[in-house]
Design a protein around this ligand. Structure first.
Ligand code: CAO
Length: 372
């Protein structure tokens, strides 16, 4: 907090707050608690205030201590891009010490953040069970919710341009069925879903429209530039027991559809077990989000920061459509909805890229013609 004198430019007092007021994730710890609202601590889910040994939900109040730290320690967490609330403090009253930060950063490097995901799964259960207590219950965000809060708040500073189109899935359904029937016992995957085809189609289209695979960067003087990336690391939004995660399939340009299916399966298994590593979830260049396996026709996907486009797939379903001779036919129709960063991607480019992806998915032979 800066208090300045009437004519002075320099601050008179510089107070380092316990919580970063720019970080909504930390504000919860300094705001006053409503009297009838109970709190569950993420750090102590099996002891006071969490789920009892018998699995019952308890509504007693506990405090979150994990965010106590000296300004010096806070500075170190900022240097390592770590949220204080993510770290279990071993100091007095759960105070986070420098050694705790070092240990956390080392663990993160070696991919041991697994436990964060299992904590998220547990908290999701606690959040659901909180309902049965009958009273309003205050629970902390899961690790993944905290990440979503930060990421989505940033994402919404991007002006989104939404473009939606219908896709006829019938040719892909046929092709998929042929391929799946051909997969023998020695196949690395028992079946290939729609996703690997769509992911490959996106990658092939990116060869023609590399802008959609770029990143917008601002230098120290806020001068913007575009980083055009040659590698296609395609993120896949994934619904897991712990919540939404977005690992990415690296270098799709050099992968076959079967390779993509194998990698998708690996990521789905790791995501399901909460064992994705930082390497799996970082470095994405564009994202595909298929909510259609759950439902919904049109989705307005939110762009992941560091990317300029995202594809959202709705549910493919049998619908009546006119054929070329005016007769009504049943077709399997799904919507592909694209969001693009309108600061750098114009609508026409987005529409052309979307049209190419549609063409490749509707006439998969064209996709094979472009593969190396
Ligand atoms: N329309 C209709 N059916 C679909 C479909 C769609 N768009 N997408 C998948 N399906 C069907 C599949 O065909 C499959 O059934 P069959 O194998 O019997 O044909 C079934 O749904 C299950 O698919 P799947 O989940 O095993 O495989 P997938 O590769 O299509 O999807 C994944 C993988 C990870 C994208 C998906 O499991 C998932 O998590 N989706 C949710 C993503 C999400 O939450 N997005 C929102 C992000 S913003 O909060």
């Amino acid at each position: 907090m800066k208090l300045t004198g009437l004519r002075e430019v320099q601050p008179l007092v510089d107070i380092d707050l316990q919580a970063d007021i720019n970080d909504p994730g930390q504000l919860g710890e300094v705001q006053s608690e409503a009297p009838a609202v109970s709190t569950v601590s993420e750090r102590t889910p099996k002891t006071s205030g969490g789920m009892s040994e018998s699995g019952q939900f308890s509504t007693s109040t506990t405090r979150l201590h994990g965010s106590l730290a000296t300004p010096a320690v806070r500075r170190i967490t900022r240097e390592h891009d770590v949220e204080l609330t993510e770290i279990t403090g071993t100091g007095k009253d759960g105070r986070v010490l420098k050694e705790d930060v070092t240990r956390f950063v080392e663990a993160r490097k070696s991919g041991e953040l697994v436990s964060q995901l299992s904590q998220s799964s547990l908290l999701r259960t606690l959040q659901t069970q909180a309902l049965s207590s009958g009273a309003e219950t205050k629970v902390p965000l899961t690790h993944i919710q905290s990440q979503m809060l930060k990421a989505m708040t940033k994402s919404l500073t991007i002006p989104h341009f939404l473009y939606s189109d219908e896709i006829n899935f019938d040719p892909l359904i046929q092709l998929r069925s042929t391929i799946n029937k051909s997969l023998g016992a020695s196949s690395p995957v028992p079946r290939v879903s729609f996703m690997p085809f769509v992911i490959k189609a996106v990658s092939l289209a990116l060869d023609q429209y590399p802008l959609l695979n770029s990143r917008l960067e601002f230098d120290a003087g806020s001068k913007p530039s575009l980083i055009i990336r040659s590698q296609h690391n395609i993120g896949v939004a994934m619904d897991t027991p712990a919540g939404l995660v977005v690992p990415n399939i690296k270098d799709v340009k050099n992968l076959s559809i079967l390779d993509i299916a194998v990698e998708l399966k690996r990521l789905q298994e790791l995501g399901g077990e909460g064992r994705l590593t930082p390497a799996d979830v970082s470095g994405g260049t564009i994202t595909v989000s298929n909510i259609g396996n759950i439902g919904g026709t049109v989705v307005a996907p939110v762009i992941v920061t560091g990317e300029v486009a995202i594809l959202g797939m709705g549910r493919a379903q049998k619908l009546p459509r006119f054929n070329e001779s005016g007769g009504i036919v049943a077709e399997t129709i799904g919507n592909f909805s694209w969001s693009a960063d309108h600061r750098v991607v114009d609508g026409a480019t987005m529409a052309r890229m979307a049209a190419l992806v549609r063409e490749l998915v509707e006439v998969p032979e064209k996709m094979f013609a472009r593969m190396k």
